[in-house]
Design a binder for this molecule. Structure first.
Ligand SMILES: C[S@@+](CC[C@H](N)C(=O)[O-])C[C@H]1O[C@@H](n2cnc3c(N)ncnc32)[C@H](O)[C@@H]1O
Length: 204
C-alpha cells in the first residue's frame, strides 16, 4: 500500500468519514449461531475496530491488524476502556504472513487483497470459521458506485476462492446494508478438517 493510501485512511478516521461506529458488520450478526466456542480470532484490516470489539465482547481473543495508525488508536482506546483482549498490530497486509493452523476465526470485512485468500486458508485451524464480506463489481456496474475495480470482487469470485470450504452461508448481489443498498458478497465458511494421512489411513 502506498504512503498516500495510508494517509488517506488516517485522515478518514480522523474526520470520522468511515463507519467509526460500534455496530458490527452484517456478517457478524448472521454468523451468531456459529460463533461458539470462542477462541483466537484475526480481524484483518480492522479499521477502528467495530468487529474486533464485538468479537472480544463475545469472548474471543482478537488480533486486530490495520495499516492506519489513527484507526488503531481509536480501537486501542475502546479496548482499554472495556479491558478487552484485543492485540493491535500496525502492519501492511500486503506483506503479511501468518502461522499455519492457529486461528479459530478469520474476519475480513470491506477489504479486498486477493493474496490473502491463501493466507487465511492456511492460518485457520481445521474446522475454523472464515467470515468474509466485501463489495463486488455490482457496486460499480449496477449501483454506479465510485470505487476502484481492483478492490471489488468479480461475480462468483469469493465462492470460487473458497470452494474447498464447507459453505455455511453465501450471499451475493445488491444487498441491503445499514447505510443502504450495496453490491456485495458475503461468505461464512468452515475450513474442512485435513484428510487423514496415508499412515493413519492404513491403520484403519
Ligand atoms: C473500508 S475499511 C474497513 C474497516 C473494517 N474492516 C470495517 O469493516 O469496519 C478498510 C481498511 O483497510 C485498511 N487497509 C487498507 N490497505 C491495507 C493494507 N495493505 N494492510 C492493512 N490494512 C489495510 C484501511 O486502513 C482501512 O482501515
Amino acid at each position: 500500500m502506498s504512503k498516500e493510501d495510508r494517509s488517506r485512511w488516517d485522515e478518514r478516521y480522523r474526520v470520522g468519514d468511515w463507519l467509526d461506529i460500534d455496530e458490527p458488520a452484517t456478517i457478524l450478526t448472521l454468523a451468531e449461531a456459529w460463533l461458539q466456542p470462542p477462541g483466537l480470532a484475526l480481524d484483518a484490516a480492522c479499521g477502528s475496530g467495530r468487529n474486533a470489539l464485538h468479537l472480544a465482547r463475545r469472548g474471543y481473543t482478537v488480533i486486530a491488524v490495520d495499516i492506519s495508525w489513527e484507526g488503531l488508536q481509536r480501537l486501542a482506546r475502546r479496548a482499554r476502556a472495556e479491558d478487552l483482549p484485543i492485540h493491535i498490530v500496525h502492519g501492511d497486509l500486503e506483506r503479511f504472513q501468518l502461522k499455519p493452523d492457529c486461528f479459530d476465526l478469520v474476519l475480513n470485512t470491506r477489504f479486498l487483497l486477493r493474496r490473502l485468500f491463501d493466507v487465511y486458508r492456511r492460518a485457520l485451524k481445521p474446522g475454523g470459521l472464515l467470515l468474509f464480506e466485501t463489495l463486488t463489481v455490482d457496486e460499480i456496474d449496477v449501483l454506479g458506485g465510485d470505487i476502484r475495480r481492483e478492490f471489488a470482487l468479480e461475480r462468483g469470485e469469493l465462492k470460487a476462492a473458497f470452494s474447498d470450504f464447507e459453505i455455511l452461508l453465501y450471499e451475493e448481489g445488491v444487498l441491503e446494508e445499514p447505510e443502504g443498498e450495496r453490491g456485495m458478497a458475503r461468505l461464512i465458511g468452515k475450513r474442512r478438517a485435513s484428510r487423514p494421512s496415508r499412515r493413519s489411513h492404513q491403520r484403519l
